[in-house]
Design a binder for this molecule. Structure first.
Ligand code: NAP
Ligand code: ZN
Length: 353
């Protein structure tokens, strides 16, 4: 199989930061789509992976080329590709392959397939080694894992939908967030701000919990009805026992019990945030109120396309700060300070300079 030299940004170790790196991509096979990457969002998961913070679950193989919020233009397609042609817009999220015929894949829940291939840091079935993600100028992906992009959306602001978008859309849908439900969103970062937009679009009464008092006006502008500064115990207490659903999108250690106590009878708290260390939970918080705690991972391909189409119809995108790839290490430092408004989107043209 022929290979091509592709410019990318990689981390060589947990402490090296990211820098220029050359990678190879496979020549497109019959069902493959070759995409020139235009924008790639910066997810906090990229940072966790680059710094090997998830070593107990998915240890990082170095060098790592992160990036799973990919939007680009199709440059070439294999002979059997039906969905795309050269010149089309296309998007790739966190998945680039899976079993395809196991019960989960058949249901369109590829994110729970036991043999899924993540866009980066997964064994690469074609070239050996591990998969390399979207901090690069092109990618080759089987058409089944390539999404269509609505033509009316800004591309830099669309890229984050491929992870932050679907990761929040999916649990809000799964837990029946509709008109009149009271919904909390914890952590106003990349995921959190998309959760606010979706929950509001689904008709919910939306309350944002933030540790950053400076984000209050933004939270309201993004669609929240109310904002609570979570470090203020009095403000928190006012909402005790009142929520139908709370989505927790926090990337670091925090007190879950404070949010469990805000759920009403049969209320659910879903974790999408994946901090490095385990979180402590007091059993009585769940017991008294038949409350539940769950998790959710991105979304399957059909639901990801549904989400993109929903965004096209309702004109929903991420609020982005577009950066050149040369500023990605700085962007990571700002993520750690909760200083992102509300997603960094890398303009991949900068990789050429
Ligand atoms: P992000 O943009 O960095 O946002 C995280 C937010 O969490 C911050 O903006 C901040 O919001 C809050 N926060 C940070 N440190 C905190 C602390 N010590 N205590 C309380 N709140 C704190 O990150 P992201 O990209 O949205 O990702 C969030 C998490 O979701 C990460 O762990 C990521 O790996 C995970 N994730 C999971 C999935 C999945 O499929 N489940 C998919 C993508 C990402 P405030 O300033 O408002 O407090
Ligand atoms: Zn992500």
């Amino acid at each position: 199989m022929t290979k091509s030299n592709v410019k990318a940004y990689a981390a060589q170790s947990a402490t090296s930061g990211l820098g220029p790196f050359g990678i190879t991509r496979r020549e497109p096979g019959p069902s493959d789509v070759h995409i020139e990457i235009l924008f790639c969002g910066v997810c906090h998961s990229d940072l966790h992976a680059v710094r090997n913070e998830w070593s107990s679950v998915m240890p990082t193989v170095y060098p790592i080329v992160p990036g799973h919020e990919i939007v680009g233009r199709v440059t070439r397609v294999g002979s059997a590709v039906a969905k795309f042609k050269a010149g089309d817009l296309a998007a790739v999220g966190c998945l680039v392959d899976s079993d395809r015929d196991c019960p989960r894949c058949t249901e369109g829940l590829e994110q729970f397939c036991p043999h899924l291939t993540l866009t980066y840091n997964s064994p690469d079935k074609h070239l050996g080694g591990v998969t390399y993600g979207g901090y690069s100028d092109s990618i080759v992906v089987d058409e089944r894992f390539v999404l269509r992009v609505p033509s009316n959306l800004n591309l830099a602001a669309t890229a984050p939908l491929l992870c932050a978008g679907i990761t929040t859309y999916s649990p809000l849908r799964h837990w029946g967030v509709t008109n009149g439900k009271k919904v909390g969103v914890v952590g106003l970062g990349g995921l959190g701000h998309m959760a606010v937009k979706f929950a509001r679009a689904f008709g919910a009464q939306v309350v944002v919990f933030t540790t950053s008092p400076g984000k209050q006006d933004d939270a309201l502008r993004l669609g929240a009805h109310e904002v609570v500064v979570s470090r203020n115990a009095n403000e928190m207490r006012k909402h005790a026992g009142s929520f139908d659903f709370i989505l927790d999108a926090v990337s670091a250690d925090h007190d879950l019990n404070a949010y469990v106590s805000l759920l009403g009878l049969d209320g659910n708290l879903t974790l999408v945030g994946a901090p490095e260390k385990p979180l402590a939970l007091a059993a009585f918080g769940l017991i008294l109120g038949r409350r539940s705690l769950s998790g959710s991972a991105i979304g399957g391909l059909p639901e990801t396309q549904e989400m993109l189409d929903f965004c096209g119809k309702h004109n929903i995108t991420a609020d982005v700060e577009v950066i050149p790839i040369q500023k990605v290490n700085e962007a990571y430092e700002r993520l750690l300070k909760s200083d992102v408004k509300y997603r960094f989107s890398i303009d991949m043209a900068s990789l050429k300079s």
